[in-house]
Ligand binder design. Structure first.
Ligand code: SF4
Length: 198
């Protein structure tokens, strides 16, 4: 059975769904089954909201102060579970909450979800992945048209409502593309984090 909660470095991660609306060329799902303390992150069946909530309630978070929604899938594809899980992580466990997302949650859910996220999520990290729409389509392969513009719009909306919002890219991009991503970061006032590709 797949792990819903696992630890990696200094954080606890919640793997609430394997669903995703992208098919990124570098997705870690195509390279290994587990990360950190998890042997496998592939759910046989995506867990129900109640199963996820129970997992959080029963987990010993001693020594950890943050729960990160990440895992082998896009958390906003299970929005109802994400919102409920983040709420109990904050209210019952006293944790900070972070969402790692591809930024397509508004498209996925057919509405602007940022206000709902802002109530229970303390920080958001959005995968920028590419410096323009054409490269984004090649690398992230979203199931929506204009995914890049939609992701940028989501990031800007998050910036209006959530204090800690960052973009992330992996260092497999060319120096030129990284520079262009830095430019987007400067223009939007959203900090850019460059992650090492593992
Ligand atoms: S958005 Fe994340 S989970 Fe989805 S394909 Fe890309 S890297 Fe994988």
């Amino acid at each position: 059975m797949a792990d819903i909660l696992y630890t990696y470095k200094n954080s606890v991660y919640a793997n609430i769904t394997n669903k995703c609306n992208c098919s990124c060329t570098f997705c870690i799902r195509s390279q290994k089954d587990g990360i950190g303390s998890a042997d496998t992150l592939w759910h046989e069946k995506n867990p129900s909201k109640d199963v996820v909530l129970d997992a959080i309630r029963n987990y010993d978070f001693t020594g950890f102060d943050e729960l990160v929604f990440c895992g082998y899938g896009e958390p906003t594809c299970a929005l109802d579970t994400l919102l409920a899980a983040a709420k109990i992580a904050k209210e019952e466990k006293g944790l900070r909450t972070r969402l790692n997302t591809n930024g397509l949650g508004n498209e996925e859910n057919g509405r602007n979800i940022v206000s709902e996220l802002a109530e229970v999520i303390d920080s958001v990290s959005i995968s920028l992945n590419a410096p323009d729409s054409a490269r984004y389509q090649e690398v992230s392969r979203p199931k929506y048209e204009n995914g890049f513009d939609k992701m940028v719009d989501f990031a800007k909306k998050c910036k209006e409502k959530i204090k800690d919002v960052k973009w992330s890219i992996v260092d497999v991009l060319s120096n030129e593309d990284i520079e262009r991503c830095r430019q987007i970061s400067e223009n939007t006032g959203i900090e850019l984090r460059i992650r090492h590709f593992t």
